[in-house]
Design a protein around this ligand. Structure first.
Ligand SMILES: NC(=O)c1ccc[n+]([C@@H]2O[C@H](COP(=O)([O-])OP(=O)(O)OC[C@H]3O[C@@H](n4cnc5c(N)ncnc54)[C@H](O)[C@@H]3O)[C@@H](O)[C@H]2O)c1
Length: 413
């Protein structure tokens, strides 16, 4: 056992002390000590004076204060596919944008593109944070003055959600609650929420309208529906302006080639049809597997409603413009037309100029024959209609970006 008391008395010379058993300081050391304190105090005072005279000290960050005529939008998931495209449009339209993203699925490269396009102070800031951390989210809201939130951040693969449902309930439902609580606490008045046609499940009747019963059949759709319910319950007793947008199948990318869709390679197996087509065109996968050719559709393959990301972005901006306190708007965002998987593959072959190999296989359990939207309500109330409805053209634009960014945002070739 160590005995610190004995070791000390052995090393120190004995000396008398007016304070009984207490040590007294050596006057020479005391002088040094006081000098050091004075020096530190002087340096601190000097730093404070210099800081006070620096141009940024008295002016808080532009993101921290409301500014007349400037709408500050928090874009959660803004490093992701749809969030980055929406941020680009918001910046172009002179909104102030804060992106919060944990980069679990998104790309810092997309944020860099936006920062290079809009480097001026007070236009865009990026905050690396996880929305699952309520304390961090609360800090972000207390240090920034947001006027509106576009909540895109989510994990978003149906297949993955059946394998890891808790991840989906946590990331989608619970994190939406965190964001909503922070908005309520800090008086942020407008929420635009990213929802999905997966909340409808397998409706009997097509097209899907906003009053089609929501009976989701997988954890992804269920988690989104629960998040919607939380928002709707909260909105009944609040002044918040709420817009819920239920997207159909999103494709395409920025026509000027600045942004694209770049999911993490390890998520490829869960990916969407456009990603799979491009991967097949590049030879990353041997070909496409089309599951089911005996559905009750014109050519026997499944039919889906493909909405171009540029149209989707436009729907968000319109929703933001039309959002009103105490009002809730729920809208399908789709073209209103279904395209079969066969049609999609043919368009992709033409867009990529590649003779993609296609293997037709039996149906996959749980896939439904036809899903397409009725976009009448969003046209009537938000004056929105899809403009990028040429499937091949949307895919050509996306393919141009894919070809120029074979390694995603990390590298271009
Ligand atoms: N892509 C589609 O076809 C489609 C269809 C319907 C609905 N949606 C919805 O649109 C939204 C955006 O989808 P996307 O295709 O752009 O996906 P994405 O994966 O490209 O983007 C999601 C972003 O959210 C971020 N994120 C995830 N969890 C986070 C967390 N806990 N904290 C902070 N950031 C987090 C990711 O890093 C990523 O950047 C999602 O809510 C999705 O459910 C997408």
């Amino acid at each position: 056992m160590l005995n610190f008391g004995r070791a000390r008395t052995q090393q120190r010379p004995a000396r008398s002390s007016p304070f009984g058993g207490l040590d007294y300081p050596d006057p020479k050391r005391k002088g040094n000590f006081v000098g050091k304190i004075l020096l530190a105090a002087a340096l601190t005072a000097l730093c404070i004076i210099m800081l006070k005279h620096s141009p940024t000290f008295n002016t808080p960050s532009p993101f921290a204060r409301h500014e007349e005529g400037v709408i500050h939008v928090l874009v959660t998931g803004g490093a992701g596919y749809i969030g980055s495209h929406t941020s680009l449009r918001l910046l172009k339209d002179s909104y102030r944008v804060t992106i919060v993203d944990n980069l679990s699925r998104g790309n810092i490269g997309a944020v860099k593109v936006l920062q290079e396009l809009y480097p001026e102070p007070g236009r865009l800031q990026f905050i690396y944070a996880d929305l699952g951390d309520a304390a961090v989210v609360n800090k972000i809201f207390s240090e920034n003055s947001f006027d509106a939130v576009m909540h895109f951040a989510a994990v978003a693969y149906v297949g993955e959600s059946t394998l890891d449902p808790l991840k989906y309930y946590h990331n989608i439902t619970s994190n939406t609650l965190v964001v909503l609580e922070a908005m309520a606490k800090h008086g942020v008045g407008t929420l635009i929420y990213s929802s999905t046609c997966a909340t409808y499940g397998e409706p009997e009747k097509m097209p899907i309208t906003e009053v089609t019963p929501q009976v989701p059949i997988n954890p992804y759709g269920k988690a989104k529906k629960m998040a919607e319910d939380i928002i709707l319950d909260f909105s009944k007793n609040s002044d918040m302006a709420v817009m819920i947008l239920r997207y159909f199948n999103v494709i395409g990318s920025d026509p000027e080639g600045r942004l694209g869709e770049a999911p993490k390679p390890e998520l490829r197996e869960h990916g969407r049809i456009s990603g799979a087509c491009f991967d097949a065109a590049r030879g990353i996968i041997p070909g496409l597997k089309v599951k089911g050719t005996d559905y009750n559709t014109a050519d026997g393959t499944c039919v889906r409603d493909y909405i171009d990301v540029n149209d989707l972005v436009d729907a968000h901006v319109k929703a933001l413009e039309k959002a009103k306190p105490k009002k809730v708007g729920i809208y399908n965002v789709g073209t209103g037309h279904g395209r079969s998987v066969k049609e999609f593959v043919e368009a992709c072959k033409k867009a990529t100029g590649s003779n993609i190999k296609v293997k037709y296989e039996p149906r996959r359990p749980g896939d439904y024959a036809e899903v397409y939207s009725d976009p009448t309500k969003i046209k009537r109330e938000l004056n929105w209609t899809a403009k990028y409805t040429d499937l091949q053209e949307s895919l050509e634009i996306a393919w141009r970006w894919q070809k120029a960014h074979r390694g995603g945002y990390a590298a271009s070739s």
